[in-house]
Design a protein around this ligand. Structure first.
Ligand code: APR
Ligand code: PHB
Length: 394
């Protein structure tokens, strides 16, 4: 039996934050899309990721009528604190240096809001789409095939947006002699826990010779904490007691004294990686979000960067499909990559400054310590960091 056919303007692979936001923005401009997501909606919504939004991300969500719950439940922040064992702390004050606030609001909540908006607006999202494959990318009539509930389908479209994350099929559909990959792995992971206890008032990033620690938050009764762990650790190695003991030891005493501990309701280990694939376009296929790049989580750029890609991509697609001009679409990869590399740079520097690197040579350790001292002693360094932390302008 032949495949059933759909036609749309933009086929979007992946129903994570990038794919859902793109579909939402395109619909606001009268452009049709179909989102193909491999997993169930419940599965997508159960994923726990970072939750600290740049000023531009907050503004973008508001501009597209997605900010209502964020403005009610999110926690506006004037920046974040950095601590370093045995030294005074420094507050990266984004309001003081840039006039802009940030927002603590979880990616899980954003994804819920995006799904709700898609359902409310009659957006076409197909969950549990299997065997997604991309075809004829170099033609002006690209196609996507997939299966669902034992039936085969084909979508004819003008463009394909590859928003299917690091392990998706889109990037893999670009010939390997075209794609250039830049990569760095780090010799440690982050162990994260969620606990139903009141968080600290501020985010705190802490360097300690035992390893990095981070205090974050989701809402007034939900705390998110992380400690650097060994790359080979298993989750069973980390009881709640061991986690809290490590966290409190790595935080300065005055901060540790304010942390409320309690049973974890979620615990997981994530590896740290820097990764960029260039270019972010191949014929009719445009990559966005984790499909094209990964940053280590220090500084929480991942989601913000995915939305930055969606900003540039939606601009190009709208200009092309509504106004028949391809200026911005042709420049998509170059425009998006400039911001991607800035976020890669920031995340790499933050990671290098704040983590304990196993077997670090003494020279590099001195340079690391000096990087913090420069930040502590020189307000222009704080200003520069605040400028990157709050998010570069689009
Ligand atoms: N077919 C269809 N969908 C797929 C496929 C496939 N072959 N492979 C992956 N997907 C789906 C995944 O199930 C996931 O829901 O694509 C989606 C990609 O979502 P994310 O991984 O969340 O990536 P993205 O939308 O780019 O979000 C940006 O910001 O905080 C960071 O890494 C974090 O996920 C976050 C990212
Ligand atoms: C988080 O809350 O998960 C978080 C916050 C800030 C970061 C990284 C992660 O820099």
């Amino acid at each position: 039996m032949g495949a059933k056919h759909f036609t749309t303007q933009v086929a979007i692979i992946g129903g994570g934050p990038a794919g859902l936001l793109l579909s939402h923005i395109l619909q606001k401009h009268g452009i049709e899309s179909i989102v193909l997501e491999r997993q169930t909606k419940d599965y997508v919504l159960a994923r726990i990721r970072a939750g600290f939004l740049e000023h531009g991300t907050v503004q973008m969500l508001r501009d597209y009528d997605l900010g209502e719950r964020m403005d009610r439940e999110g926690l506006p922040k004037n920046g974040g604190a950095i601590a370093c064992q045995g030294k005074p702390g420094v507050y990266i004050d984004t309001v003081k240096w840039t006039g802009k606030q940030m927002m603590a609001y979880g990616q899980t909540a954003i994804t819920e809001d995006l799904y709700a908006a898609r359902e409310r607006d009659g957006g076409h999202v197909i969950n549990e789409a299997g065997q997604v494959a991309l075809h004829d990318l170099k033609s002006d009539r690209p196609r996507v095939t997939f299966s669902k509930d034992g039936e085969n389908y084909e979508i004819a479209c003008s463009f394909i947006a590859g928003c299917d994350g690091f392990h998706g099929v889109s990037r893999q559909s670009i010939p390997s002699d075209v794609l250039k990959v830049f990569e760095r792995a780090y010799p440690f992971g982050w162990l994260g826990i969620m606990a139903e206890v009141p968080p600290l008032k501020e985010l705190v990033y802490a360097y300690h010779e035992d390893g990095f620690a981070l205090a974050s938050q989701r809402n007034p009764m939900l705390s998110r904490y992380y400690v650097q762990c060994d790359i080979n650790d298993a989750i069973e190695d980390w009881t709640d007691d061991r986690f809290w003991e490590a966290l409190l030891r790595r935080m300065p005493d005055d901060i540790a004294g304010k942390i409320t501990t309690g049973p974890s309701i979620e615990k997981s280990i994530a590896p740290l990686r820097s990764f960029v694939a260039e270019p972010m376009q191949y014929g009719a296929l445009f990559l966005a979000g984790d499909a094209a790049h990964i940053v280590p989580p220090t500084g929480a750029k991942g989601l913000n960067l995915a939305f930055s890609d969606v900003h540039y991509l939606s601009r190009g697609l709208i200009e092309h499909l509504k106004h028949n001009r391809s200026h911005h679409l042709e420049r998509y990869s170059a425009d998006a990559l400039r911001r991607v590399w800035s976020a890669e740079n920031f995340s790499w520097r933050m990671t290098k400054m704040l983590h304990a690197f196993p077997n670090e040579d003494p020279f590099t350790r001195r340079i690391q310590a000096n990087t913090y001292d420069l930040l502590l002693q020189h307000p222009p360094m704080q200003q520069a960091l605040a400028y990157e932390y709050v998010g570069l302008p689009f």
